[in-house]
Write a protein that binds this ligand. Structure first.
Ligand code: SAM
Length: 233
């Protein structure tokens, strides 16, 4: 841990020290995987529920402008009409964004949401009553959609312990995405020269596209995402 630069780590992930401690507790057997999810949710829930705007209620510390600057490049992964599952939807703000970004590109993107924290799903349902029946509670590691599969599924790497990441991707490709759908992995901030998250899955899954943008906080960092297209694509 001592060779990590705290400034860089904090820019990459708020609460990185707490997350590192939770990962360590899992690695040493102090907690099991259920405990890992509970501990991660315990970091998020009070902060998101105490927040006063939908950006902060989804973990973003800025405003509408910084939201667009840091999330808007997700639009580059949209290439056709379709149903879009935002995994970890929190307040539902990204569901609204992908709908709008799609429309800007003359695409009809129908957003759906899933979150592991029931209170956040309730919050999203209150904010977005017209989409209430598209919002679900569940852990994406095991969740199976009852009604339909999705053309796009967006995840973040932190939704499973790192050692379970490929298992998570396999589950989504097999059970959540349509055969020719697109799984988007929103990596967030990483060092410019090292595709750390992608390197953990690249041996098992071909990566079909990626986007990265500069990070305003530090030129050593970029914000990035990549996607995996289903085998029917
Ligand atoms: C940072 S927010 C994401 C907000 C927005 N979707 C985005 O990407 O900017 C992360 C959300 O993921 C949820 N989450 C974490 N692990 C999850 C899992 N395994 N399954 C479903 N949701 C999860 C958390 O409860 C939290 O609300």
């Amino acid at each position: 841990m001592h060779d990590l630069d705290p400034k860089l780590e904090a820019l990459k992930e708020r609460g990185w020290q707490e997350v590192a401690a939770i990962n360590q507790a899992l690695a040493t057997g102090q907690i099991d995987e259920e405990g890992w999810h509970a501990a991660m949710a315990g970091l998020i829930k009070p902060a998101y529920l105490a927040a006063q705007n939908p950006y902060a209620q989804a973990g973003h510390s800025g405003d509408a402008e910084t939201w667009e600057a840091t999330r808007g490049f997700i639009a580059e992964a949209l290439h056709r009409d379709g149903a879009f599952l935002d995994v970890g939807c929190a307040s539902g703000i990204l569901m609204e964004s992908v709908h709008r970004w799609g429309a800007n590109q003359h695409l009809r993107i129908e957003p759906h949401g899933l979150d592991i924290i029931p209170e956040l799903v309730q919050l999203a349902q209150q904010r977005l009553p017209h989409w209430a029946d598209r919002l679900h509670v569940g852990n994406i590691r095991t969740w199976r959609p009852k009604a339909r599969r999705f053309d796009f599924v967006l995840i973040r790497p932190e939704y499973a312990p790192a050692a379970r990441r490929t298992q998570l991707i396999r589950h989504i490709l097999d059970e959540v995405l349509v055969a020719d759908g697109r799984l988007i992995v929103f990596v967030g901030s990483e060092e410019r020269g090292v595709r750390r998250v992608e390197s953990t899955i690249a041996a098992e899954f071909p990566v079909h596209g990626r986007v990265e943008i500069p990070h305003a906080g530090d030129q050593r960092l970029v914000r990035r995402l990549f996607w995996i297209d289903g085998c029917g694509a």
